[in-house]
Design a binder for this molecule. Sequence first.
Ligand SMILES: Cc1cc2nc3c(=O)[nH]c(=O)nc-3n(C[C@H](O)[C@H](O)[C@H](O)COP(=O)(O)OP(=O)(O)OC[C@H]3O[C@@H](n4cnc5c(N)ncnc54)[C@H](O)[C@@H]3O)c2cc1C
Length: 472
Amino acid sequence: MTRLVWYRNDLRLRHAGLRDALDSGERVRALYLLCPGQWDRHGVAPARRWYVLESLRELGQGLARRGVPLDVIDAGAFEHCPEVLEDYVQRHGIHSVHCSREYPLNEKRRDQAVAERMSALGVTLHGRDETVLVPPQALRTGQGTPYTVFTPYSRAWHRLLDQAPPLPEQPPRTRMPVTFPGEAVIDSALSQLRVPESVRSAWPPGEAAAQRRLTDFLQKGLPAYANRRDDPGKMGTSRLSAALSAGTLAPAEAWWRARQAADGSAGAAWINELAWRDFYRQIMALFPRLSRGEAFQSVDRMLTWETDEGLWRAWCEGRTGYPLVDAGMRQLTHQGWMHNRLRMVTAMFLSKHLMIDWRRGERFFMEHLVDGDFAANNGGWQWSASVGTDAVPYFRVFNPVRQSRRFDPSGHYIARYVPELAHLDADSIHEPWKTPMLAPDYPAPVVAHQGVRDRVAERFRRARQQLEKSHA
Ligand SMILES: Cc1cc2nc3c(=O)[nH]c(=O)nc-3n(C[C@H](O)[C@H](O)[C@H](O)COP(=O)(O)OP(=O)(O)OC[C@H]3O[C@@H](n4cnc5c(N)ncnc54)[C@H](O)[C@@H]3O)c2cc1C
């Protein structure tokens, strides 16, 4: 009798499902279903595909040393997964499948269809909530409804974890080695990707690299995280988002080790970011309309968006004339990643200054981010556009110059990504249009900041009126 570990976004050896399967004493196989069609539909970035595939290769090698062969099958897209799995379990005499639950709509539909097939074959499916710290259904308000505001959610989240702390998994011991049958499929998929060295060197893939980065961050970054996290020039955050979203690092391990490293307030700010991660996952799970491109706030349906392609391209290419916005966008396209402060600034700039549909920006981020994660990306975009659960009020519009002076006062971050401004002093670098002769190659601002707040307020007012009329 054989058990199967079906890997998805949990690409690691420190894995409860793998432990359960091995503890049974039965033969164990592992499987990853490659779905390039799904990646294409959702515009998943080459950087993220590369990170996943290289992490999968390392996982396959580690599993082989533990006596577990990892197969990789190109299933095309999610709708073919049930059929491919049915064939696989029959060929290998599998009676139990272990996997981690996933919450976006397409993933839930895939898993429902797989569950039906497995049940018909008499195969048991063991799901675990390993991609989150607190499962989406676990927390409810006093009225029994889901939390849709972060602060009360996070209080309940912290309380629950304090009462029942999650424990990290250990990698299984080595056993009689076997071959790694899936490597050729990985090689073939990798050969079709073009990923620049600037991305490869910034995001070492795999579980071992994620462990090293976590250890390094906990020693050097965590004590100062609360003070440095908002300064994009200082690299004061963990840069573990790619690892957490592909599952080379388990959130339970991140939580547990942060608590060990900094008991009390030093780790609290960072652990709170893990709460944001779970918060957006529970919203994604409990409000499936978000997976269909709808916003949480219904006013979004009535908002009108601009379609100026010149402005859109200026934003994508980091040529808006606002140095901080442009530095963020260039970091994204150069490195496949952007600092959180910049994600908020650039997202708000697109959806409020340029009034371009936030869904276009959400897609553009996915097309470039190594950590592209549907729930976090969607949550961040809706927050920035003031149409989400915990939405910032629509009249709040970040002033890109004030943000620049406050969060990159020395201008180091801007200078790194906008070289045509690198020679400017720490004052002029934030507003180069005031000394155009010193930065002749840099564009003038594509829109004025002044008046944006009124324009946004007016659009929201009109949209609300229309919504009310449509309900009347
Ligand atoms: C418009 C927008 C789009 C975003 N898109 C993504 C995305 O596709 N993938 C992604 O992982 N994060 C996304 N975020 C959240 C956040 O920007 C990144 O998680 C963070 O910048 C990653 O850097 P880090 O690992 O150094 O974070 P740290 O500050 O070290 O935080 C630790 C971990 O907590 C989680 N986290 C931190 N902030 C958030 C948040 N606001 N929402 C959800 N989880 C969070 C991440 O897993 C992160 O790795 C987005 C935010 C915005 C505003």
